[in-house]
Ligand binder design. Structure first.
Ligand SMILES: [Zn+2]
Length: 107
């Protein structure tokens, strides 16, 4: 995988090595816009989450296209892609390396 260093959340010091996933934030009744969480791995392999971003902010800050956005958007982030069970381990792996597989399916 090629390393791409992008500017991410201005509140976070770090460069984005890998954008692992985008998830939808729960929509608040007083918000008209949909907000997202972005999970990404920094150049020193720390997992970060940037929240409270709308789609255009996500695309601008992470420098991604509509296609990339759709590819990274995961609406079932807690469900293992193999067995479809709800699992925190699947989500942890998704956020860290972009692979949504639970611990049971890895063994
Ligand atoms: Zn599984």
């Amino acid at each position: 995988m090629s390393l791409t260093y992008k500017k991410a959340d201005p509140l976070v010091h770090g460069a984005v090595k890998n954008l692992t996933c985008i998830t939808e934030a729960n929509k608040q009744p007083h918000h008209e816009e949909q907000y997202y969480y972005v999970f990404w791995v920094s150049h020193v392999d720390n997992v970060h989450m940037s929240g409270g971003l709308n789609k255009s902010q996500v695309k601008k800050w992470l420098e991604i296209s509509d296609e990339d956005f759709d590819k990274k958007l995961d609406l079932k982030e807690f469900f293992c892609k193999v067995c479809d069970s709800e699992s925190n381990t699947a989500f942890a792996r998704l956020a860290k390396i972009g692979d949504k597989t639970c611990i049971n399916c890895l063994e």
